[in-house]
Design a protein. Structure first.
Length: 143
């Protein structure tokens, strides 16, 4: 579940409405690319797969990924990062012709195999950076 803050104003007079409209449209911060990917997950297969890789407890990205794009020490892979390396992984391959569920399964298998081969490197981001986005992009290209 994703909690989204929401604020509504009722019974504003015309001047107040103009003032708020101006503030919202000139000073408000837009949503990030990761949240935008999350919003598009039902209409875009790559966004759906990327989201599943981050929210599925069986995924190796589950404890390393964030949907909202705000990185922390533990969650250093954004949804946008995941979408990008999936896109490069699928470029010039037959994967794009498969269903999103099959691509998700193959993705889970792919990352599981990497962790099986390099468990210490996968888990120790600080020392090895195997799950750094540049490395994940390289692994995706190699895959």
């Amino acid at each position: 579940m994703l909690h989204v803050p929401f604020l509504a104003f009722h019974w504003l007079d015309e001047d107040e409405e103009i003032k708020f409209f101006d503030i919202i449209n000139t000073k408000a911060k837009g949503i990030g690319t990761s949240l935008n990917r999350f919003k598009k997950r039902e209409s875009d297969n790559l966004s759906w797969i990327a989201t599943q890789l981050i929210i599925d407890p069986n995924s190796l990205l589950y404890n390393k990924g964030t949907l909202i794009g705000k990185r922390t020490k533990e969650k250093h892979i954004t949804l946008q990062n995941t979408h990008n390396f999936l896109k490069s992984w699928m470029r010039k391959s037959d994967l794009a012709e498969l269903s999103k569920e099959k691509i998700l399964y193959i993705s889970l298998y792919f990352f599981n195999e990497i962790k099986e081969i390099l468990p210490k490197q996968w888990d120790d981001y600080k020392q090895f950076r195997l799950t750094h986005i540049v490395c994940l992009n390289a692994l995706a290209m190699a895959g």
